[in-house]
Design a protein around this ligand. Structure first.
Ligand code: EPZ
Length: 416
């Protein structure tokens, strides 16, 4: 089994180029099912999750080929199945994002209940509520769900929670529906704006993405297009924290700073120097005072940065707090950080971190992809050596992670 070994490292210095966004690439790959002409995607991150989504599309009859490490060409003219592969669905929850496009294109879709990260139950009730509102009949057989409808009709859908996946699935289903669909209390993440921009290039009529109210006017068919995936704001945030936790001087390149305002604000509150320029952010020096974070749907503090910030808070003397409001079970990394000597206590959705105490290397386990990144960050400042197992989680969401950290001076290697 592969492991990552991290040793106490010098303050990180240098620059790192951020890859394309995993959470924009996955819905955009799914959306390519909606068209029948050639689609070219650039800056697609080279990740396990992207490989799985490509396999899902190929099993549905789409022709998908990677023309280079970060470029993917798709043509869904010969789409010939509406059933998502059981194995693949279990490997990655985001495979569920093909259901909206399949329903729109073929009038039918069937898949097993989504698997994915173990950060909470992660139901799909809001996705199904949207499909039903558009006229689909939903059927549950054992652990399979199917939705069918010959012609989807536009309607108004209110989302009880601004779910990212549900917003994306409903937008995609509505692009070929009859009439107008309005999604209220929609998620506002930048990845949804990127999906909407991609769909508009294909000829879809989508407006309001990035706000709580998104309007889609159905069209007959969608064309091909070329699209460059936006940079990954969570990878950018992870490397910004790497600079801050080590008290170094790190320049993160290929980043849209307006997508990561909460992370910039919290680093500055901790006393870290942050310089923004057009597509770069420079992080200098460590933090000196404790901070409080509360994760919220965009534009609030991203839940995908919570684990990384817990590692960072161990360096901030005094009492830090983190409240996790998006997922009901996203503190699995606390037990691992406690093995390294972190003084963290959790009650319900709130973690309290007494910072300023040194960490020591330990054998730890990645419990989800962001927790894995948080353990690398902690390992860089802990005395001695940290051995991280279950690193398949990390490879789902970070491209060449140890190479990027090593180029900044971290002492990190992958062993069998
Ligand atoms: C997306 O997951 C991201 N994944 C997650 O990133 C991210 O943490 C999450 O959004 C929140 O920002 C991708 O984009 C592939 P949600 P998603 O639907 O769509 C509840 C990472 O680290 N909910 O916004 O699954 C759900 O239980 C991953 O890259 C319902 O109740 O997130 C959760 O508590 C981890 N019913 C909350 O909403 C539903 O039908 C947020 O889920 C759907 C969701």
């Amino acid at each position: 089994m592969e492991k990552i070994i991290v040793k106490k490292s010098p303050a990180l210095r240098g620059s790192v180029r951020i890859s394309g966004s995993k959470n924009a690439a996955l819905p955009i790959l799914a959306a390519s099912i909606l068209g029948t002409e050639d689609i070219v995607l650039e800056d697609v991150p080279n990740l396990k999750d992207v490989e799985i989504m490509i396999e899902v599309l190929q099993k549905l009859g789409c022709s998908v080929k990677k023309t280079d490490e970060n470029k993917v060409e798709i043509n869904s003219k010969n789409l010939n199945s509406y059933e998502t592969d059981y194995e693949l669905m279990n490997k990655m929850r985001a495979s569920f994002l093909v259901m909206g496009p399949l329903l729109a294109r073929l009038g039918k879709t069937k898949s097993s209940l989504p698997g994915g990260c173990n950060i909470g139950s992660r139901p799909i009730d809001l996705h199904l509520k949207g499909f039903e509102a558009l006229g689909a009949q939903i059927k549950y057989e054992a652990d399979e769900i199917s939705a069918s409808c010959d012609n989807l009709k536009g309607t108004v859908i209110y989302l009880d929670f601004p779910s990212v996946g549900a917003t994306e699935n409903i937008i995609m289903a509505a692009t070929l529906a009859e009439g107008e669909t309005v999604i209220e209390n929609a998620a506002k993440e930048p990845e949804i704006v990127d999906l909407a921009n991609f769909l508009r290039k294909m000829g879809a009529k989508v407006s309001g993405a990035g706000t709580s109210t998104i309007t889609i006017r159905g069209v007959k068919e969608l064309k091909g297009c070329t699209h460059q995936i936006i940079p990954d704001r969570i990878e950018a945030g992870t490397f910004m924290v790497a600079g801050a936790i080590s008290g170094g001087d790190v320049v993160v390149k290929n980043v849209i700073s307006s997508h990561i305002k909460p992370v910039i604000a919290k680093l500055i509150e901790a006393g870290v120097e942050v310089e923004e320029s057009d597509d770069e952010i420079r992080v200098k020096g460590g933090g000196v005072c404790p901070i409080n974070i509360k994760t919220l749907p965009y534009p609030g503090f991203p839940t995908d940065m919570q684990a990384q910030f817990l590692s960072f808070m161990t360096t901030l003397p005094g009492e830090n707090t983190a409240i996790e409001t998006v997922f009901e079970n996203r503190f699995m990394h606390v037990a691992e950080l406690q093995k390294m000597g972190a003084d963290i206590s959790v009650s319900d959705r709130k973690a309290v971190i007494q910072g300023g105490k040194p960490l020591k290397g330990a054998c730890v386990r990645a419990t989800d992809l962001r927790a894995g990144a948080a353990l690398i960050l902690a390992g860089m400042i802990a005395e001695g050596e940290t051995e991280i197992s279950d690193i398949f989680h990390i490879d789902r969401g970070y491209e060449n992670i140890e190479e990027k950290f090593r180029n900044l001076g971290a002492i990190i290697e992958r062993i069998q």
